[in-house]
Design a protein around this ligand. Structure first.
Ligand code: FES
Length: 76
């Protein structure tokens, strides 16, 4: 399944100070994390380090205006 075929957000647990690399190209084979499939696209993953514990909502529909994060556009 391609990253944006999910049609709803990926929910991943964010841990304070623990960096995750989120796919921004949509080609990842391990969404929502970068798998290296962006090679040659000129797009790099986003290194995201939460400042506190809590879920991270990553876009799974490709419509977000705040990629890689969900902005609720999957509901429109
Ligand atoms: S695979 Fe998409 S940014 Fe790396």
């Amino acid at each position: 399944m391609a990253m944006y075929d999910l049609g709803s957000p990926y929910t991943i647990p964010g841990k304070e100070g623990e960096t995750v690399y989120l796919c921004q190209c949509g080609r990842s084979t391990n969404p929502p994390f970068c798998s290296g499939a962006h090679s040659g696209t000129g797009i790099e993953p986003l290194a995201h380090t939460p400042e506190k514990e809590g879920n991270i909502f990553v876009c799974g529909c490709g419509k977000s205006s705040n990629i890689p994060f969900c902005d609720g556009s999957h509901n429109k």
